[in-house]
Write a protein that binds this ligand. Structure first.
Ligand SMILES: NC(=O)C1=CN([C@@H]2O[C@H](COP(=O)(O)OP(=O)(O)OC[C@H]3O[C@@H](n4cnc5c(N)ncnc54)[C@H](OP(=O)(O)O)[C@@H]3O)[C@@H](O)[C@H]2O)C=CC1
Ligand SMILES: O=C(CO)COP(=O)(O)O
Length: 347
């Protein structure tokens, strides 16, 4: 039973596209808040398990969903009469899903609000995910595009660990709309109009989390972890600010907050991948054994290229990128970082 919060009275029809750990958990929150949730998974076996056993065992261990929650493997059915669409597939898959959604929305003649919770940059285009959605879903088939992002491991939310998160949109009324839909007594939602900063923070922290796990696997200590987190946020904000983001966003939930959780939590897929890398496991084996998206890998490619194109200094991202690509060892990368020319901390 959740305690209702003042001003939170909305109930809507919402399609949640993607039933991985985060998609199914966000769908659960929306369902608990009294909304009519249409959860879409492309795998019929997963849908059958969800609808009969009320579990999503591959993605969320030891969690049982309410019997009243249902999933579907029909994207068309999931989008039937919806007020809102939440995209929550891996960043690199968003464009292909959005293309199909655009066609379905056009036929249905509905115009929902769009939101996503994916944390990555698209390889090749370097696009933020809201840009991908704006490009692929025609304005006549949608309202605004927003993002939900912040320190929120699905496993923690499943235990109702008090979780604080941000919804960002250029249109504050859209951000407030989603704030009302998601907020409850264990999931507190803030708004922000800096969608650029919020998306860059969420995407790029995954690279830092990979680095933090690697350091832990190699038995580096807390000083190294604090250094990585702090200077990681500095370079994330440098890139974001070059695109017009508000520097303060990077001190908030979707910036420092999300770096802290993913660079320290053993629930994080990125941290766990880094840890295994530090222990000497090969990256392709890590990816296939994880069976869940490790966003930092693809995003490190995009961020590396983007920083180069943009002329923004991102030494930690570059170091992690070169380790992931077997261009240097972690120890060599650290030596290189530590022996860079001295400089001023700020600016
Ligand atoms: N897990 C978490 O705690 C959090 C994750 N996020 C972000 O949320 C996003 C999703 O992450 P998460 O839920 O962890 O990922 P998972 O790997 O757990 O799940 C991904 C889901 O997307 C589906 N999917 C993948 N490709 C496609 C496609 N082409 N078409 C349709 N469905 C597809 C998968 O389906 P299938 O099983 O069929 O492959 C699966 O249901 C990521 O960007 C992540 O950074 C954000 C906050 C917290
Ligand atoms: O973004 C997350 C928590 O805020 C989840 O991170 P992982 O994908 O590394 O598990």
């Amino acid at each position: 039973m959740i305690t209702k919060i003042k001003g939170v009275t909305m109930t809507e029809k919402i399609a949640v596209l993607g039933a991985g750990s985060w998609g199914s958990m966000l769908a659960y929150i929306l369902h608990q808040n009294g909304n009519d949730v249409h959860l879409y998974a492309r795998n019929p076996e997963q849908v059958k398990e969800f609808n009969t056993q009320h579990t999503n065992s591959h993605y969320l261990k030891d969690f049982t969903f309410p019997e009243s929650m249902k999933a579907t493997d029909s994207l068309k059915d999931a989008l039937d009469g919806v007020d809102d669409v939440l995209f929550i597939v891996p960043s690199q898959a968003t464009r292909s899903v959005a293309k199909v959604v655009n066609q379905i929305l056009a036929k249905k003649r509905i115009k929902p609000y769009i939101i996503h919770g994916s944390k990555g940059l698209e390889k090749g285009t370097f696009d933020r995910i809201s840009t991908v959605l704006e490009e692929e879903i025609n304005p006549e088939n949608r309202k605004t595009v927003s993002v939900i992002s912040g320190p929120s491991q699905a496993e923690g939310v499943a235990k109702h660990d008090p979780t604080l998160i941000t919804v960002a949109s250029e249109d504050m009324r859209s951000a407030e709309h989603f704030q009302k839909l998601f907020m409850n007594d264990y999931f507190r939602v803030y708004t922000n109009n800096d969608i650029i900063g919020v998306e860059f923070g969420g995407a790029l922290k995954n690279i830092i989390a990979l680095g933090a796990g690697t350091l832990y696997g190699l038995e580096y200590g807390d000083n190294a972890k604090a250094a990585l987190i702090t200077r990681g946020v500095a370079e994330i904000s440098r890139l974001g600010v070059s695109f017009g983001a508000n520097p303060l966003t990077f001190t908030g939930l979707s910036g420092m907050g999300d770096v802290i959780v993913t660079a320290t939590s053993k629930d994080s897929r990125n941290w766990r991948a880094g840890y295994q890398l530090g222990k000497g496991k090969k990256l392709d084996e890590i990816v296939s054994d994880m069976g869940m998206v490790i966003e930092g890998i693809a995003t490190s490619e995009a961020a590396y290229d983007l920083a180069k194109t943009r002329g923004v200094e991102m030494p930690i991202t570059n170091a992690i990128h070169s380790v992931l690509n077997n261009e240097e060892t972690v120890k060599d990368a650290i030596t290189k970082l530590m022996t860079r020319e001295g400089r001023s901390e700020i600016g």
